[in-house]
Design a protein. Structure first.
Length: 340
């Protein structure tokens, strides 16, 4: 680093800022340092820097649905915030496996990352508490923490499920189907529980859980085909799908079959309000959740947690309770439930 500084005619501190806080430097200074780095073939040793300073320029992000419709927007928002701090994000996909999830947490702990944001499959709060004890901050994303010691950013999915089912009840629908996979996933279970609360308060309304193997467009198509093959008296008159991908597949299959009309025969509600929800063949009524806002809030909270751990002293823990932010979803009504 001193050789690079000498060749670029800058201080070693400027070279350090070039790699870790480039916004502090002018364009001309960055260009001179880049030329010196290229000429010398210099590669900084972040592992050695972390051991020496105790500060890593890396945070980890673990998602349970890397290919999910909302994950890219959340991840992009986190990355923008991390980049603005002159740091870097390593992203991992646990493929819905609790074992894989814990393996990634152990890997990030071994790498001494500064912090971890995780949208968990299982309950990882005990593991995150252990990581905090040796200085790694953490934020639960898309799930409300159970412990007051754990920072989290979440969405009130119980309220979202209640909004969806209450809308269908208000339209006079009596036989509601809830379409989803992985009811063991808390975020999905919360949506079902919210829908059940609305149904239980409405006399004469029933709710049928319709399982599918995955929350995808293809699974939605297969589900709709199976429902269309039922006798009309045995079909639900409304479907609440656990995400928009399922709902888009359902609507697509019903329209193609010409057996079931949307929304006359079966009204359809999705969840998330992804970009394609408004542009389907029948625009989709859905529950809007703030994806980018959630990602930004999770990153902001993680940096606050990193600072709190630092101010608490070596191997210390910040004062309780930790922040637990919860966003409220909203109902967006389109033609899949109300003709427009």
């Amino acid at each position: 680093m001193r050789d690079v500084a000498e060749l670029a005619r800058v201080s070693p501190a400027s070279v350090s800022n070039y790699f870790h806080k480039p916004r502090k430097l002018s364009d001309a200074t960055r260009q001179r340092i880049q030329q010196a780095v290229d000429a010398l073939g210099f590669v900084p040793n972040d592992a050695a820097r972390t051991l020496r300073t105790g500060v890593s320029p890396v945070i980890g992000y673990i998602a349970f649905e890397l290919a999910g419709a909302t994950t890219p927007e959340i991840a992009a928002a986190i990355e923008r915030r991390v980049s603005a701090e002159g740091m870097y994000m390593l992203m991992a996909n646990d493929t819905g496996s609790e074992q894989r999830e814990r393996s990634y947490l152990q890997l990030f702990a071994k790498q001494l990352v500064s912090g971890v944001i995780i949208a968990p499959v299982g309950n990882v709060e005990a593991e995150l508490a252990r990581m905090r004890s040796f200085g790694i901050a953490s934020v639960l994303s898309a799930r409300h923490a159970e412990s007051p010691e754990q920072a989290s950013v979440s969405i009130d999915h119980v309220a979202g499920g209640k909004l969806a089912a209450a809308h269908l009840v208000e339209l006079g629908r009596k036989r509601i189907g809830f379409v989803s996979s992985s009811l063991a996933l808390k975020q999905v279970a919360d949506r079902l529980n919210g829908a059940l609360s609305a149904v239980h308060s409405a006399p004469g309304v029933t709710l049928e859980v319709i399982p599918v193997p995955e929350r995808s467009v293809e699974a939605g198509i297969a589900c709709a085909d199976a429902i269309a093959r039922r006798p009309p008296s045995e079909r639900p008159d409304a479907l609440f799908c656990a995400n928009d991908l399922l709902a888009i597949g359902v609507v697509q299959a019903f329209v193609s079959s010409k057996v079931v009309s949307v929304p006359s025969d079966i009204a359809v509600v999705g969840y998330d309000d992804i970009e394609f929800a408004r542009s389907t063949i029948v625009p989709l009524t859905t529950i809007r959740t703030p994806h980018a806002e959630l990602g930004t809030a999770a990153a902001d909270l993680l940096f606050a947690e990193i600072d709190a751990l630092g101010s608490a002293g070596e191997r210390g823990t910040p004062h309780l309770p930790r922040p637990q932010i919860e966003f409220s979803p909203e109902l967006v009504v389109r033609a899949s439930t109300v003709r427009q």
